[in-house]
Ligand binder design. Structure first.
Ligand SMILES: [Zn+2]
Length: 314
């Protein structure tokens, strides 16, 4: 259980949505038009949403059902502490969003930048983003048009059962930290580099994705040591996570491995074709997460400075 039991959670950073499913599992993504199809290809796993490539799609109002905690209550009522995050996956998403945002709000000013908080939309089934339809067929993503992260917590079962990731909490937290890494890149003005060079083992897209993995590692480095949370009993500053164990890190690395382009290609077609990579190999995703985790330093995540981001971090 990775969360500090007493850390206070802030439900205002997560919006609930969804229920507009209707489609059978495996059905087509609807509502995105051509944008939706591109979305399906480019953003299979943890993609940055390419709505900005396609010009985006007009948002239609999604059904706004409430996502509830496992006990059936609202997130605000049920997810109040780290202990709740340790036992309920929706509270875990909320707690991770809180932790990641509190970290970057304190960290970015050290680099002369201000952090702008953004919401996560926690949906069930599917919902609309300004970048197109969000669903588990697309996977979690960051939409630079509306500046929100989209995730259906049931994606974690897919990550585990179809992609072979560990089910450990840090594996799940890594997904959120990766998506907020794209928000950091948006703040830093880097996201365009993925659009300009969208495919290939040393493409801009792969470098952007590997950087997001590294930024996830930077968060993990600090999450158990930086007192950017608040103890709900004493009101004093505290950390969001408990000290990380090697097992926690192994869980995050397992998730990073499971979503490498080579692993996914092997699984789906038996062939590995680096020319079509968008996110990087399993080895590179693990390597860059580790680089961020070991250094805790944003500046050590410059994947564009690496001559070959698949082989070397510098
Ligand atoms: Zn990504």
């Amino acid at each position: 259980m990775s969360f500090n039991d007493n850390v206070r959670l802030d439900a205002s950073q997560v919006q609930s949505a969804g229920g507009g499913g209707g489609g059978a599992p495996g059905g087509m993504v609807v509502g995105g038009g051509i944008g939706g199809i591109v979305l399906l290809i480019v953003c299979l796993v943890f993609g940055i949403n390419p709505g900005s490539i396609t010009g985006g799609t007009t948002s239609s109002s999604g059904t706004q059902d409430q996502v509830q905690s496992s006990t059936g209550g609202s997130l605000k009522a049920e997810c109040t502490s780290g202990a709740d995050a340790n036992k309920d996956v929706n509270c875990l998403v909320l707690g991770t969003v809180n932790s990641v945002q509190a970290f970057w709000a304190s960290e970015l000013p050290k680099y002369g930048k201000q952090y702008t908080p953004v919401s996560t939309v926690l949906y069930s089934g599917q919902t609309q983003s300004q970048c197109g339809t969000a669903s588990n067929q697309v996977g979690p993503f960051y939409c630079p048009l509306d500046k929100k992260v989209y995730i259906d917590a049931s994606f974690y079962q897919i990550l585990q059962q179809q992609f072979g990731s560990s089910s450990g909490q840090l594996a799940q937290e890594y997904v959120i930290a990766h998506e907020y890494g794209h928000h950091i890149q948006d703040i830093l003005g880097l996201l365009d580099r993925a659009e300009q060079d969208p495919q290939g083992a040393d493409s801009g897209s792969v470098r952007i994705e590997l950087m997001a993995d590294c930024l996830g590692g930077v968060w993990a480095h600090h999450a158990a040591t930086d007192p950017v949370g608040t103890d709900r009993t004493t009101g004093k500053a505290t950390t969001f996570l408990k000290p990380l164990t090697q097992q926690d890190i192994n869980d995050a690395l397992s998730a990073a491995k499971s979503v490498g382009d080579d692993s996914i290609q092997k699984m789906s077609s038996g062939q590995v074709n680096p020319e079509s990579w968008t996110h990087g190999s399993s080895a590179a995703r693990q390597m860059w997460f580790t680089q961020g985790y070991q250094t805790g330093d944003l500046n050590r995540c410059d994947t564009f400075a690496a001559s070959d981001p698949e082989r070397s971090t510098s």
